[in-house]
Design a protein around this ligand. Sequence first.
Ligand SMILES: Cc1ncc(COP(=O)(O)O)c(C=O)c1O
Length: 375
Amino acid sequence: MQFIDLKAQQQERLPDGRSLREAVDARIAALLDHGQYILGPEVAELEQRLAVYVGVEHCIAVASGTDALLIALMALRVGAGDEVITTPFSFIATAETIALLGALPVYTDIDPRTYNLDPCKIEAAITPRTKAIIPVSLYGQPADFPAINAIAERHGLAVIEDGAQSFGAQQHGRRSCNLSTIGTTSFFPSKPLGGYGDGGACFTNDAELAGLMRRISRHGQSRRYFHTEVGVNGRIDTLQAAILLAKLELFDGEVASRQQIGERYSQCFQAAGVATTPYLAPGNTSVYAQYTIEVESRAAVQEDLKASGIPTAVHYPTLLCQQPALHACGSRCSGACAIPFAQRASERVMSLPMHPYLSPQDQDQVVAAVTAALC
Ligand SMILES: Cc1ncc(COP(=O)(O)O)c(C=O)c1O
């Protein structure tokens, strides 16, 4: 069994009857014919389609989810001496981009049920240097944006949703990446909308920020060889844009399938009475980028599953505040390192095989193996 089966998708049929593989081949052939490998027409087409999908005015397609965060922070003028409040329980990119700009990541604790930033902990961490908040919509479920946006508004702060894992999820009927000042996502192959390489995007309804992010992602160039910003080479490849356009045709069906598989996992575990299953906050949907449970003695359970041929993963075993690279740049945990829920989660969470084409038989095998390991 595979943790994520990226190949199964290639045989899926698009609404026009072609397989995804045929649609991707046709897109790549068209690109080879027109030859605009950098900022070809597929990039603008993808940006337009993604903006409509998310429900925002502006989408800037970029080279990765990491670049999307970096470019968003640069557009907000985050730099040396600034502080950015974020979660300690995420992938390195969330805090790495803050540190790269010379700013200080300030970590506040998570809600132990959703694993997302707990809004109640944020206000105490705000100082005159705070510039922005980066909530991560972890495992596919949006963070509590109504509460976080209200705090940000009271203190004049920007909010960047790190939606790398939540593209396609909704909160009170609004899509992830349209829930705050800027939303960012990743098209890393294993993400809910994954390409066949690196990619990402920034989303906003603010025209000025959109213009800035677009320029920053293109070396700060405002006309040919004339640069008004210090920027980066952060454009998405036309090739990835072309592939994502084909994959977008399957995306609604894949989101529905992810939700159905996630709910079925939870029903099975609840019926078996084992493990802590994902909690969905009211008003939220999840795209289950990961299906993550909590168990005691995780290492032993992982070993048992491995012996049955079932791969697992831990997202994430080391908190960002404990990462040596980030330590070296400095950081602060609000309330004298008071992040007990993040610490506890990092010791207990375990992700199971999850992708839109996971069969009920494979799911039943996973549930039976976890149940046997825990009983
Ligand atoms: C929460 C989170 N943020 C940011 C990223 C970075 O995305 P990318 O790998 O596309 O740079 C990831 C990717 O794993 C992620 O999970």
